[in-house]
Write a protein that binds this ligand. Structure first.
Ligand code: UGA
Length: 430
């Protein structure tokens, strides 16, 4: 059993804290957001993540998980401190590391004995060096400490599963002591361990997220070739995916990637490369393809509806992907705003993200269910592949729509079945 402190109770921090508690450790999660901490003390989670609420509540009851807004209290009894604070994007694309710097300074002042400080947030290469310098400069007591990097590869919607059954564990360490502590902590999890130095671990995270985005943009680019030639992108992806060197995951063509991680991390990586004198053209192209994909949906709506002005469009799915209520950088936001610029009236439904969406999108009529969104609309556009949408009654939908037009931004449906229902169907790359 290890005493752990997790600083930052966001998506990464809270999942990390709850899962380490589930593995039998004693965990204290700290966040400056008093409202969030009070909520967590009362079993109210700040976001939706399948399986997390039960885990938080059970581990609290078992006395293994607690919450505080005092950094000093959280550090006092802990051997390992995970830093999982936000690294938002600055207007120039760079990662904003002020929260990390502040936390490093505060940790320095609170250190009372050897601690291992572990970066969990996605950070540019050399952040570990900066944390080290900052703590050294600000720690008056000359206490020993180590810095490590242990990047997370959690996906929203499957974060608990990804933590408990990861493909790999990356440990960036600079001392045997740090390595021993982390290897012991991760012992109950069976996965290959990549042990390396801090800088390499930091780079592994950036390189992985960028590669995933690259895969998505690649298949999206192929989908545009498919549309111009009559090929089917689903079959192309299947045919490619059986090749073990390529792999079938992240080859779903659609409206492009969104969320808090991929868009921000790619911008930060491009910026970081620029700073060290490398023009990461490949990743700039990845971004361009992603933006084009969002515009494609508006173009398809135009092709289907002729004039957009005054038309009503039903949007099904607002979250950037299923099983989350996260709207950050969601393609739906861009698409809805573009349609609104062209004076389209929007009716929308999402199983989880409507409350969050209200903070981002104005003048949208939010509906109770998919059928209400279809009712009286000139077209229905699917932007998130929620399971709930997979078995919709298309006879009913056709009856409710003003014009029988379906734009499927996630290739959820079979074009032939749609045709049989008398619907005019537009998918992506088919
Ligand atoms: C991503 C990475 O997958 C995680 O490994 C990483 O830990 C996380 O970022 C992070 O840095 O914290 P996440 O943002 O939760 O996780 O979502 P993904 O499952 O990667 O999906 C990102 C976007 O790509 C979504 O909008 C999704 O719809 C889209 N996508 C994904 C596609 O358009 N096609 C695909 O084939 C796969």
């Amino acid at each position: 059993m290890t005493n752990i402190c997790v600083i930052g109770a966001g998506h990464v921090g809270l999942v990390t804290g709850a899962c380490f508690a589930e593995l039998g450790n004693s965990v204290i999660c700290m966040d400056d957001d008093v409202k969030k901490i009070e909520g967590l003390k009362n079993d109210v989670l700040p976001f939706y993540e399948p399986g997390l609420e039960v885990m938080v509540v059970q581990n609290k009851r078992a006395g293994r998980l607690s919450f505080t807004h005092s950094l000093e209290d959280s550090i006092a009894g802990s051997n390992i401190i995970f830093v999982a604070v936000g690294t938002p994007q600055k207007s120039n694309g760079e990662a904003d590391l002020t929260s990390i710097e502040n936390v490093a300074r505060r940790i320095a002042c609170a250190l009372d004995g050897y601690k291992l400080i572990v970066e969990k947030s996605t950070v540019p290469i050399k952040t570990g060096d900066w944390i080290h310098k900052t703590i050294k400069l600000n720690c008056k007591k000359g206490v020993e400490f180590d810095i490590a990097s242990n990047p997370e590869f959690l996906r929203e919607g499957t974060a608990v599963h990804d933590f408990m059954q990861p493909d790999r564990i990356v440990l960036g360490v600079e001392s045997e002591r740090a390595a021993r502590l982390l290897i012991e902590l991760y012992k109950p999890i069976h996965a290959p361990v990549v042990r390396t130095n801090v800088k390499t671990a930091e780079l592994i995270k950036h390189a992985s997220n960028s590669f995933l985005a690259l895969k998505i943009s690649y298949i999206n680019a192929i989908s545009n070739i498919c549309e111009k030639t009559g090929a089917d992108v689903l079959k192309v992806a299947e045919g490619m995916g059986y090749d073990k060197r390529i792999g079938k995951d992240f080859l779903n063509a659609g409206v492009g990637y969104g969320g808090y991680c991929l868009p921000k991390d790619i911008s930060a990586f491009i910026k970081m490369a620029e700073e060290i004198g490398y023009d990461f053209e490949l990743l700039k192209a990845v971004q361009r393809v992603n933006n084009y994909q969002r515009q494609q949906i508006v173009r398809k709506a135009k092709d289907a509806l002729w004039n957009l002005q005054g038309k009503t469009v039903g949007i099904l799915g607002l979250a950037f992907k299923p099983d989350t209520d996260d709207m950050r950088e969601s393609p739906s936001m861009y698409i809805i705003r573009e349609l609104q610029k062209q004076e389209v009236l929007i009716k929308a439904y999402d199983p989880q993200a409507m409350d969050t969406a209200k903070n981002f999108l104005q003048d949208v009529e939010y509906c109770q269910n998919p059928y209400e969104a279809a009712s009286g609309s000139d077209a229905l556009i699917f932007l998130t592949e929620w399971d709930e949408f997979k078995n919709l009654d298309f006879v009913k939908i056709k009856r409710l729509l003003k014009q029988p037009i379906i734009i499927d931004g996630r290739n959820i449906f079979d074009p032939l079945t749609m045709k049989e229902h008398g619907l005019t169907y537009f998918g992506i790359g088919r």
